[in-house]
Design a protein around this ligand. Structure first.
Ligand SMILES: [Zn+2]
Length: 430
């Protein structure tokens, strides 16, 4: 990474400080969008508006399942894609001096859970003790704000990146990754990808994930002769027990990828949804469990899908399940794990920028969750990693992000862009 001119560095950091209120207002503006699966349109529109306000020319990148169906990174969709096109923008320099980069973030958020457990309503941003609370504040609307404001600060100093800088706001990071895949396929191949997912850490590896739905059909009878029937809910429960055995097997030390050597429990099986039954006095005929199964890097998600099918077929041999039927559907994540080598130039540049701003070293992080970063190394040969603000309660109750940490992330990203892409005088005053 080339050193950033000290005068430019000072001016950029000062511009970020000046823009703190604007950054926080932008975060609140984004948190107000209830951008759950299928409801991302207004947030995407707002991201397009923000890109326009920042002197960029945003364009839409649709997810076309037919075109992507044969791609190994494609996940079976949960819902149709009409009206939910990703938003992207590309800055092109007058003269290319440095390396190109994509800054990417997702607009989708996970459901808020039991709203009555929240201290303040999940989609009404609230600032308490230097933190902004709201679903998506940390994961990862603060990340979107940071890269937009890093760009704004560079431009406010009369400068611009001296290499192609791409921006993308994508859908479905939380359930398929198909938004990010469509963007990667549509945009010119960048030299690196940085995703400001939450965490003041250097992401070095992440697991893969398979979403599976186990549909159990029992044998319905009246409760008075329930011994003659098979209760689909009880049968589903017995099958679920098999998944917990599978989970402990998969976490055996000898099956662990070296990047996860220090983890006691990298592979998690989560039963996320359960539905079933028809009537309190009838033995239920059908039950459906939606689950998320972790995949160790190096192992194919398709192999895990086959293991899930085998596990369910074997479970039916249990005498308690005699007469029951079960099948598995795969919708949502069909994602491989990925490794982001800490010695790759992007990660080194990030570590250097973080040290420049904070004076501290960045600790390495292997995550038992997954991000959209996987697509770039797995399918494009592009280095990628994640780094972002300190957040709490993501996917839980009272999600929050430290605002000071968001501003710090903005500073780090601005210096990363300045060093990675190089700087030149802005093309036109804006
Ligand atoms: Zn996220």
């Amino acid at each position: 990474m080339s050193p950033v001119d000290p005068g430019a560095r000072r001016a950029i950091l000062a511009a970020i400080d000046d823009a703190k209120p604007a950054s926080e207002a932008m975060l609140a503006r984004l948190v107000r969008h209830r951008s759950l699966l299928g409801h991302e349109a207004s947030c995407l529109e707002d991201m397009a508006a923000i890109f326009t306000e920042q002197g960029l020319a945003p364009f839409r990148v649709p997810v076309d399942p037919e075109r992507l169906a044969d791609h190994p990174g494609f996940s079976p969709p949960l819902i149709p894609y009409a009206g939910r096109d990703n938003v992207a923008a590309i800055h092109r320099p007058r003269q290319t001096i440095g390396r190109s980069l994509i800054l990417q973030g997702h607009v989708d958020v996970v459901p808020e859970g039991a709203e009555d457990l929240w201290t303040t309503p999940p989609f009404e941003p609230s600032i308490r003790d230097g933190r902004m609370y709201g679903r998506g504040a940390g994961d990862m609307k603060a990340g979107l704000v940071s890269f937009v404001m890093a760009w704004q600060a560079i431009r406010a100093c009369g400068l611009q990146p001296a290499a192609e800088l791409q921006f993308a706001a994508v859908i479905e990071e939380e359930c398929t990754g198909n938004g990010a895949l469509a963007v990667m396929q549509a945009l010119p191949k960048p030299d690196a990808c940085l995703i400001p997912e939450p965490g003041k850490v250097l992401y070095v590896a992440e697991v893969g994930v398979v979403w599976a739905w186990v549909i159990v059909t029992g044998k319905p009878v009246h409760v008075r002769e329930m011994q003659a029937g098979v209760n689909a809910i009880e049968a589903a429960n017995i099958i679920a027990g098999r998944f917990k055995d599978y989970e402990s097997q998969m976490n055996r030390a000898e099956l662990r990828h070296p990047a996860f050597a220090a983890h006691n429990h990298p592979i998690n099986v989560n039963f996320g949804t359960i539905e079933g039954g028809e009537w309190n006095s009838s033995v239920p005929t059908r039950a459906r469990i939606g689950m998320r199964v972790g995949v160790m890097p190096g192992k194919s998600c398709r192999e895990v899908a086959r293991e899930i099918e085998r596990l369910v077929a074997d479970a039916l041999d249990d005498p308690r399940l005699k007469g029951a039927k079960a099948r598995v559907e795969f919708k949502g994540f069909m994602a491989d794990g990925a490794v982001f080598p800490p010695d790759q130039p992007l990660s080194q540049a990030l570590v250097a920028a973080h040290r420049d701003i904070t004076g501290a070293d960045l600790s390495r992080h292997t995550t038992t969750a997954l991000t959209d970063a996987r697509f770039y190394p797995l399918y494009q040969g592009t280095q990628a990693t994640c780094y972002g603000a300190e957040a709490d309660g993501i996917h839980g109750i009272d999600e929050s992000v430290s605002l000071e940490s968001m501003h710090e992330t903005t500073r780090v990203l601005a210096l990363l862009v300045a060093g990675w892409c190089g700087l030149e005088k802005k093309a036109r005053p804006f």
